[in-house]
Design a binder for this molecule. Structure first.
Ligand SMILES: Nc1nc2c(c(=O)[nH]1)N(C=O)[C@@H](CNc1ccc(C(=O)N[C@@H](CCC(=O)O)C(=O)O)cc1)CN2
Ligand SMILES: Nc1ncnc2c1ncn2[C@@H]1O[C@H](COP(=O)(O)OP(=O)(O)OP(=O)(O)O)[C@@H](O)[C@H]1O
Length: 192
């Protein structure tokens, strides 16, 4: 099978969006960053309260952290799951538990014996979100490979990012791109 070449517009947008996110976060005092993540937790509280199994992520670099929102959800007894890769895998599965072990890209994930679950709500990391909920990710297609089936199974997909990551443009969507139901940043939740 032919390997598709990277989409040139997406590649450019990804580079710019990563730089903008980095610039924004590098100017944030730790205290402000934590206050914004606490705002996000408050904003997401009703959404998480009505879910049963929540797919989330262990943040890296300048990504917005859902950790404060997740602490609250755990207190409510929700099942919390993270993307987990097995050795050499291009496709992750959501496994319930604490992210206690480093996976590829040194992202923390549950151990490979943790139960595989089907979340009814997924908090999705992103590099940028465009009009209509088109998501730009890390460019490896990891979430693309998983989200279609999860959406089909009934999951609500909420992309998380700082406000600068919400681009007021149409990001070109390819066949495998799965539109998000909503985008949330510390200040608002936008439904598509
Ligand atoms: N927190 C988090 N977990 C995630 C993802 C993600 O985007 N964020 N993924 C999304 O698919 C999957 C892992 N796939 C990844 C694929 C590529 C890179 C990557 O290229 N990372 C850059 C650093 C980018 C940054 O700091 O934001 C690198 O290694 O140089 C990271 C994760 C599943 N878990
Ligand atoms: N369902 C799929 N099955 C196999 N390969 C896929 C699938 N979806 C995407 N890919 C591959 O992943 C590559 C990257 O896709 P894309 O640029 O849309 O990634 P992304 O959405 O930015 O990244 P990610 O999902 O990792 O956060 C594509 O070139 C494609 O080859």
């Amino acid at each position: 099978m032919a390997v598709p070449s990277p989409h040139p517009i997406k590649a450019k947008l990804r580079k710019e969006a990563r730089a903008a996110r980095m610039r924004f976060v590098s100017r944030l005092e730790d205290e402000t960053r934590h206050a914004l993540e606490e705002n996000l937790a408050e904003l997401l509280a009703p959404v998480l309260a009505s879910a049963r199994i929540i797919g989330t992520y262990s943040p890296i670099g300048s990504e917005l952290s859902p950790a404060r929102a997740i602490v609250r959800a755990r207190r409510l007894g929700k099942t919390i799951a993270y993307p987990a890769f097995e050795e050499g895998d291009e496709m992750f599965r959501f496994r319930a538990g604490e992210p206690s072990m480093p996976g590829p890209h040194r992202i923390m994930q549950p151990t490979t014996d943790a139960p595989v679950v089907t979340p009814d709500l997924i908090l999705v990391p992103l590099v940028a979100c465009g009009n209509g909920g088109t998501r730009l990710g890390q460019g490896k297609g990891h979430y693309d490979r998983v989200l279609a089936a999860q959406k089909e199974a009934g999951a609500r997909l909420i992309g998380l990012g700082w406000k600068v990551q919400r681009l007021d443009t149409d990001i070109p969507a390819e066949d495998w791109d799965v539109p998000l139901h909503a985008f949330a940043c510390p200040r608002y939740l936008e439904e598509f």
